[in-house]
Design a protein. Structure first.
Length: 711
């Protein structure tokens, strides 16, 4: 299937070919018929992409602050690598999609295969969308008109927040697509509408739908016009649908409003407010969030958990349905907003029109071919190269940010023969596969297990899929490298061990991505510690930093929590330094136990090793961002070592000075090199299997103890 992407680095538009995405539970697979280019929003993205680094930075001061903080903690090289990696990730364009249901996942009942539906999906021949973002198109509403639904829902949500009543007067500032849709919706609610814009064509459309207009290009004053229209009383409400960096719009909105008027921002403007304007009139100002309640809530959009209508009457899905009902009734007419319908093949030229000087396109609609069965292919070829190696032929399952930045490049530099990269959505696999040099991209993980040429499977997916994929790969007789954690519960860990035992005659290697022990700094620290023949004391201090409460890592089902998902790194590293297995664990978290386990990312874990050594992992998410993330200390036999954020190693009390400096090295590349070398040579796994299983099991128990608030 084909999809439209934009390069963040250059702003260029590309129509890529990718594997068909896989439908999953509580989601719908849609075969697109029409999609709408949102002239305002997508023009802003184009202009951002075409800007240089300085221009991009000026538009994102919060990102600049984060970058500077990372420089302080991780160094310039690591920060530049992260920034380049981010800019190298093209973004999907579009959010107004109309098509037909091609397949439904489990727990989807409100639509069936063949139904015409709308969603907020991007410009692509096939899209997978959560069930709460899909609405059926009524008979009589064309696909072209239905494609306007998400955009109209944005306008509708802005109108709902402004609470128009019959007979009230509203001003709509900015008559782009959203502004013109807002004009119609306000008129349908019985409000008198004044529309302000610079375009004579858009002003004419607003008048066609019953609005009075203010020609800003001709120098007409919107405040004076509004006050004159209301006999000096001021308008009841203002919908700001403009896109400008100027602060003039918000000032004008305040000045034209009556006492206790309502101002709702739907567009993007400068927001240096005058306190006096708002204070003296007791004005209400609110920013409207996209299509309505549910937007950006993963439980609603991804997990499919709906809000009860009795408590949240208008969710984003129900706003979609309301818009479609207005179209079907003839009260919302989008036909005059369609500038042209062009083939998806002409996407690049359609986007070029948005930035042409003097261009006045409103709604550019993309049309998709209906009878192309090839779009459903689960695999696409990326290069003409064919795998020739007898060992180390790799399939990488997972093409997210970490896989793209570390795993795929690490496999390439390790000399692996890169055969297949798998991603659920298809597109990310193509992008990362092209950069690393994979032979093909797929959306079906089974392709990695059934291909006889592939002897090695690398897993870099979300945590909840690790155990199942590891077992399937081992059962297929493949060598396996899996990013941490190995499993989210002991039952899955036992199942993996059973599969390893069953595979003993096939000598399948298993390695978990405990990369910290492969850092050159860790190796130097381990070499020094091995010269001390007595128990040791370790302290690991991890300034993990907070992540949002709704991040999937916190989810006990998807991520397993941060101790299981990340603190396992540091438990493993202390076991590596000790050179001994763990025999006991204690854990306590900050505050009271919580059902979601989020407090467990502020916890202390104490470890006892079979050689008498002890270690403590302080895993804290409540420290300052400017503090380095990871520090490890070791005390033994009158000697001391400190490893600081994998950039510096210092020792005190040693016969020879220990002082190592260098760029940050967490061992991500070295562990993959060791693994691929072992696969090719037939040697042992880089980390003994017993160590992997031991660390994984004790980590699971530490997380359980921390959540329970017990030792």
């Amino acid at each position: 299937m084909r999809q439209v992407l934009q390069s963040l680095k250059t702003g260029e538009i590309e129509l890529i070919k990718a594997p068909a995405p896989r439908v999953r539970p509580r989601h719908v697979l849609i075969e697109t018929r029409r999609s709408l280019i949102s002239a305002g929003t997508e023009r802003m993205l184009l202009e951002f992409g075409k800007g240089n680094l300085i221009e991009k930075a000026l538009q994102q001061p919060d990102k600049v602050k984060q970058t500077l903080e990372k420089v302080k903690t991780d160094g310039v090289t690591a920060t530049l690598d992260a920034v380049r990696s981010k800019l190298d990730q093209p973004i999907p364009l579009g959010y107004c999609n109309a098509g037909r249901v091609a397949a439904v996942g489990a727990d989807v009942t409100h639509v069936k295969v063949g139904d015409r539906v709308v969603s907020n999906a991007p410009h692509a021949e096939l899209v997978v969308v959560g069930r709460n973002l899909v609405a059926k198109i009524p008979d009589g509403v064309t696909d072209e008109a239905a494609a306007f639904t998400p955009l109209a829902a944005i306008a509708l949500q802005g109108c709902r927040l402004s609470r128009p009543e019959l007979g009230e007067t509203f001003c709509v500032m900015g008559l782009g697509l959203i502004g013109l849709l807002a004009v119609q919706l306000l008129r349908a609610s019985g409000a008198r509408v004044i529309g302000a814009d610079f375009s004579k064509d858009r002003l004419a459309l607003a008048r066609q739908w019953g609005a009075e207009t203010v020609d800003l290009f001709a120098g007409e004053d919107p405040v004076a016009s509004a006050m004159a229209a209301t006999c000096g009383a001021g308008v009841d409400g203002v919908i700001i649908a403009a896109a400008t960096k100027s602060d003039d719009v918000i000032a004008q909105a305040a000045q034209m409003s009556r006492q206790r008027g309502r101002i709702v921002l739907v567009g993007v403007i400068g927001l240096n407010l005058s306190r006096a304007d708002f204070y003296e009139k007791e004005l209400t100002f609110q920013v409207s969030c996209s299509y309505g309640p549910g937007r950006y809530d993963p439980s609603f959009e991804v997990d499919g958990v709906d809000y009860p209508a009795g408590f949240v009457r208008w969710t984003e899905q129900r706003n979609f349905e309301a818009v479609l009902a207005e179209m079907a009734a003839g009260r919302l007419d989008v036909t005059p907003l369609i500038s042209e319908t062009v083939s998806i093949d002409m996407a690049a030229s359609a986007y070029a029109r948005l930035t042409e000087k003097g261009g006045n396109d409103l709604g550019l609609v993309l049309a998709y071919p209906e009878d192309e069965t090839s779009k459903f292919a689960a695999s696409v070829q990326l290069t003409d190269r064919k795998s020739v190696a007898s060992a180390g032929v790799v399939a990488l399952i997972g093409a997210g940010g970490f896989a793209g930045r570390f795993t795929a490049p690490g496999l390439k530099s390790a000399g692996a023969d890169l055969k297949t990269i798998v991603s659920r959505g298809g597109v990310s696999g193509v992008l990362e596969g092209r950069k690393a040099g994979f032979e093909n991209a797929s959306s079906d993980p089974e392709s990695a297990f059934v291909d006889p040429d592939i002897d090695t499977v690398v897993i870099a997916t979300r945590h909840d899929s690790h155990a199942d994929l590891v077992q399937r790969a081992l059962k297929a007789g493949k060598h396996v490298f899996v990013e941490k954690p190995l499993a989210l519960n002991e039952a899955d860990l036992d199942a993996i061990k059973a599969q390893l035992d069953a595979n003993e005659s096939r000598s399948c290697l298993l390695t978990v991505g405990f990369n910290r022990r492969f850092s050159a700094f860790s190796q130097a620290m381990k070499t020094a510690l091995d010269t001390v023949q007595e128990p040791k004391t370790f302290i690991a201090t991890i300034n993990a930093g907070e992540i949002p409460p709704d991040h999937w890592t916190h989810d006990p089902v998807q991520g397993g929590g941060r101790i299981v998902g990340e603190a396992c790194h540091f438990i493993d590293l202390l076991a590596f330094f000790a050179g001994a297995l763990i025999i006991d664990v204690q854990a306590i978290q900050i505050g009271r136990p919580t059902a979601d386990g989020i407090a467990a990312d502020k916890a202390t874990i104490s470890l006892a090793f079979e050689d008498g050594s002890i270690g403590t992992v302080h895993y804290f998410a409540n420290g300052p961002k400017t503090l380095a993330k990871e520090r490890f200390e070791a005390f033994s036999g009158g000697r001391y070592l400190k490893l600081d954020n994998f950039k510096a190693l210092d020792g005190v009390g040693w016969s020879k000075p220990i002082k190592h400096r260098g760029k940050q090295d967490k061992g991500q590349t070295a562990i993959l090199k060791a693994f691929i070398d072992a696969v090719k040579s037939g040697g042992p796994a880089p980390i003994p299997t017993g160590d992997l299983l031991s660390v994984s099991r004790w980590t699971l128990r530490a997380a359980e103890l921390a959540r329970a608030g017990a030792a």
